[in-house]
Design a binder for this molecule. Structure first.
Ligand SMILES: Cc1cc2nc3c(=O)[nH]c(=O)nc-3n(C[C@H](O)[C@H](O)[C@H](O)COP(=O)(O)OP(=O)(O)OC[C@H]3O[C@@H](n4cnc5c(N)ncnc54)[C@H](O)[C@@H]3O)c2cc1C
Length: 387
C-alpha cells in the first residue's frame, strides 16, 4: 500500500504490485464526534471538509499532504503534551485482509487487532475506512519568536505545560531557537498580516533553499548559513482555523531522522546533539526540530507507554548525512529512543523487539492476518526479522 509516498523509509517500495487509494477519498459522515472517512483521503482535504461540517482534528503534523491511512500507519504526530499522535485519534478501522475478507476493528471489536492496526506500517492489510475522533472546529493563535537555546531548555516544563502546542527549532552552531506556540483563541476575525503566507513561501522556503544550495556547494559555509537563518527567524503572529495553522509549506528537500525519547530527557538529548555536532565538526545548517507528544497504548507507536519528546534531525538533499545521523542515532538509543517509522533509522527486528514491549504480539497478529506475506516487501522483511 502507498498513501502519498511521503515517508523517508522504503515502507512501500516494491517490484511487485503497489496499490493506492487515491480514488477512495472523502468524508462519509460525522456522528457524535466521530468522522467516518475513506482511507485515501488527504489530510489537506480532510481539514477543509471537516470545517464545513463544524469539526476539526485536535492536532496535526507539519504538513498536510499525507493520506489519512498513510499518516496513521506510521504514527504521524504533531506537537503538544496533551495530544497523542494521529493514530490515537482513530476510533475504528475497516481492513481488507490478504484473504479478501473485510474486518472492522475498534476497542470493542477485535481489540487486539485494533491496537496493532492503529500503527501497522501497511503490513496487516488494506485500511479502507477510518473512524476518527474529531472535535468542534476551533481557531488558534500562532506566535513565532526567537529565544536563546539555554533559556529554552531550562524552561521546557513551563513552555510545554502553558501552551496547547509548543515546538522549537534549534539552529546548529548557534545558541538560538525559533519557538512556536499555538493556543486556542476565540473565533475573532483574523487580523493576519497579508505578508505572512508570502513570508512563509518566499523567505522560509525560497531564501532558505538558496542558502542551502550555498551550503551544499561549500559545506564549510553551513555554520554561517545556520547563523544567518537563526538571525532571520520570523517574529510574528497569526490567527486562523486550526488545520491552516498547524501546517506550513515545506518546499526545501531534505533527509530526516526522527526519534521519540522520554519527554523529560529532551534537554539532555539536545545538549548531547549540540556537543556531537561540535565534536565531529558536522556541516549542518538545517535546524533540529523538537516536539512533544502524549503517551498512548498503541503497540507500535513510538509514544507507547510514555509521554514523549520527538527530536528530528535534517540534512539538505545532496549533502552527506550518514555520519551526522549515525552519531545522533547513537545518542537517541542511549536515551531509550524509538524511531519514527516514516523517517530514516537503522534499526531492525533484534533491537526493535527490545524497545517495543508489544513487538512479538504485533508480529503474531501480523502473521495471522497475512500468513503468506502479501503485504510485505524486502524492507519490511528485514524490519520484522523475516527471511
Ligand atoms: C515534508 C515532510 C513533513 C513531514 N512532517 C511530519 C510531521 O510533522 N510529523 C510526523 O509525524 N511525520 C511527518 N512526516 C512523515 C509522514 O507524515 C509519514 O511518513 C506518513 O506516513 C506519510 O503519509 P503518506 O500518506 O505519504 O504515506 P506513505 O508514505 O505513502 O505510506 C506510509 C505507510 O502507510 C502505509 N499505507 C498507506 N496507505 C495505506 C492503506 N490504505 N492501508 C494500509 N496501509 C497503508 C504504507 O504501506 C506505508 O507503510 C513528514 C514527511 C515529509 C516528507
Amino acid at each position: 500500500m502507498v498513501g502519498s509516498g511521503h515517508s523517508f523509509t522504503p515502507l512501500f517500495r516494491t517490484d511487485s504490485v503497489l496499490l493506492s487509494l487515491d480514488r477512495l477519498r472523502g468524508l462519509i459522515g460525522v456522528e457524535n464526534g466521530v468522522a467516518h472517512l475513506w482511507a485515501g483521503t488527504k489530510l489537506k482535504e480532510l481539514g477543509k471538509t471537516l470545517l464545513e461540517k463544524g469539526w476539526a482534528q485536535e492536532s496535526l503534523g507539519d504538513i498536510n499532504a499525507q493520506s489519512i491511512a498513510g499518516a496513521i500507519s506510521t504514527g504521524t504526530h504533531g506537537t503538544g503534551i496533551q495530544f497523542g499522535n494521529l493514530s490515537s485519534q482513530v476510533k475504528g478501522l475497516t481492513l481488507v485482509t490478504a484473504a479478501g475478507n473485510i474486518i472492522d476493528c475498534s476497542v470493542a471489536e477485535h481489540p487486539e487487532l485494533f491496537k496493532a492496526a492503529q500503527v501497522s506500517l501497511g503490513s496487516l492489510g488494506i485500511i479502507v475506512q477510518v473512524r476518527l475522533r474529531v472535535v468542534p472546529a476551533f481557531q488558534l493563535h500562532y506566535r513565532s519568536c526567537r529565544l536563546p537555546l539555554d533559556e529554552t531548555l531550562k524552561r521546557l516544563n513551563e513552555l510545554k505545560r502553558d501552551h496547547r502546542h509548543f515546538e522549537f527549532f534549534w539552529f546548529p552552531h548557534t545558541n538560538k531557537v525559533q519557538a512556536k506556540f499555538l493556543n486556542k483563541t476565540d473565533p475573532i476575525p483574523a487580523k493576519n498580516r497579508r505578508w505572512i503566507p508570502f513570508y512563509k513561501l518566499a523567505v522560509e522556503n525560497g531564501v532558505f533553499r538558496c542558502l542551502s544550495e550555498g551550503a551544499r556547494l561549500f559545506p564549510r559555509l553551513s555554520a554561517t548559513v545556520s547563523k544567518l537563518s537563526a538571525q532571520r527567524v520570523p517574529v510574528n503572529e497569526e490567527t486562523g482555523y486550526s488545520h491552516c495553522l498547524f501546517t506550513t509549506p515545506r518546499l526545501v528537500r531534505f533527509h530526516e531522522m526522527e526519534y521519540s525519547i522520554p519527554a523529560e530527557q529532551l534537554a539532555s538529548v539536545v545538549e548531547e546533539i549540540q556537543s556531537c555536532i561540535h565534536k565531529h565538526r558536522i556541516n549542518v545548517h538545517f535546524p533540529v526540530e523538537c516536539r512533544y507528544v502524549k503517551g498512548d497504548d498503541i503497540w507500535l507507536s513510538p509514544a507507547y507507554g510514555r509521554d514523549s519528546a520527538f527530536v528530528a534531525v535534517h540534512m539538505y538533499k545532496g549533502m552527506p548525512y550518514r555520519e551526522y545521523f549515525d552519531a545522533v542515532e547513537e545518542i537517541f538509543l542511549r536515551y531509550g529512543g524509538r524511531p519514527h517509522w516514516g523517517k530514516m533509522h537503522s534499526l531492525t527486528a533484534d533491537r526493535l523487539r527490545e524497545i517495543y514491549p508489544k513487538w512479538n504480539d504485533f508480529l503474531k497478529i501480523r502473521s495471522g492476518m497475512d500468513p503468506q506475506g502479501l503485504f510485505l516487501n524486502p524492507y519490511l522483511n528485514q524490519l520484522f526479522g523475516m527471511k
